[in-house]
Design a protein around this ligand. Sequence first.
Ligand SMILES: Nc1ncnc2c1ncn2[C@@H]1O[C@H](COP(=O)(O)OP(=O)(O)OP(=O)(O)O)[C@@H](O)[C@H]1O
Ligand SMILES: [Mg+2]
Length: 446
Amino acid sequence: MTPFLLISRSAEYETRLRALLGDRLAVVPGEFLLLGAEAVVERVESTPRIALLGPVLNFEETRGLVEELIERHRDIGLIVVREQRTDLEDWVDDLPLHAVLSPQATDATTSELLDRLSAWLVENGRANAEDFSNGSRPGFASLVSSEPVDDVSASEASALERPSEALDEVVLGESIPVEWEFPPLPDGVPSEAIAIVAPKGGQGKTTLAVNLATGLAEVAPNSVVLVDADLQFGDITAVLNLTPERTIVEAASDSAEDELVLKTALTHHPDGFFVVASAPSPELGDLITAAALGRLIERLREAFRYVIVDTTPGLGEGTLVTLEHVTDAVFVSNMSVAGLRATRTEFQMLTTLGLMPSNRHIVLNQVDKMSGLTLGDAEALVGAPIDVAVPRSSAVLLAANRGIPLIHDDVRDPAARAVRSLVMRIAPEAYPKRSRIQRRRRRGTE
Ligand SMILES: Nc1ncnc2c1ncn2[C@@H]1O[C@H](COP(=O)(O)OP(=O)(O)OP(=O)(O)O)[C@@H](O)[C@H]1O
Ligand SMILES: [Mg+2]
């Protein structure tokens, strides 16, 4: 079988891909495009399952090839190999592509993308697992063959029934990082999901969520996703100065059952984590059901090491469902009697409902000598030890206004240090020397 087809004008790229795919790759040099797209596709002898188009092909040439390939091989997977340029958005909008790959992508990234697209084609009945298998390259087709095709779940079955036009909407590309990086979770590494909650508004949930994502991304680059589940008034993209193409509306939709579709709904932050942006309007946010939010968290946990969920104040349905799907909860309160009392009530309620996640972290935020309360008073009001105390700091406000996570903006700031200690509670490996102490402490508080 030669499941992969490359049409490009770069001999260098051809050599690289040939080294990676061996005899499973058919190549037609882009020079034949002088004779037209039809002439190029006519030269392809086998039935390709995935075509890589580029580099060094222009838009018209690529469009011609895409049309010819779909005409002859209706179910083919299509990848454009091209740099991330501003006009890439037009390509992705105008052509029924499945992915865009940087020509500079590492072999591991390229293999991963081909693996995932192969698996997607098989799962959706567009190819057979055998099309991609190759006994001489163990591991490469493992993703494809590990899932028996006849063992389809209800959701996969409905995907099979979707008309092909709908499948053509499965487009990847806009929100991907330069290298299409999405590191797979190593076997046996559990994913951790952390909900940031508070009974009252304005306590610092979003500030902590953003800084936690930045800190965890240092431990697990590109394996962290931050979900803005403040469904009506989420402001994470504003705090981070990001302009999302897609939001939680797409991420929580049924079509995002497919990982490739889910990916397009994410926005990448340069600090090495992904964001699921809040809905573009409160009305749209209101349409997202608690159940859909729960499913989204579960799907993200399959692909990411850390899933951080920023929530709406209080214990609304969305927050309760979020708490059902997480391993850790970070409770945030400021130094006010009302906030601390409400936190205590929240604990009691969650314990009664059986919704207290296994790891609990209590953060006292905006700690300030002027509040008239001591740390001891705060602990007495909450009825539990305070795990992390974050001082009130003008650096927090400054960082937020500049769209930069505090822990990168001013690492020595006492508030930044406090946030780092929260990162260490969740990822003790962040600072190996202290990891054992942290683990012991964590066990002690559970
Ligand atoms: N430690 C701190 N020092 C100074 N300012 C802070 C600190 N923590 C948060 N703030 C500021 O307090 C305000 C509220 O914080 P934030 O938006 O994180 O709270 P929230 O709990 O997410 O609010 P909401 O309930 O509205 O979502 C923001 O302006 C933020 O910059
Ligand atoms: Mg908030």
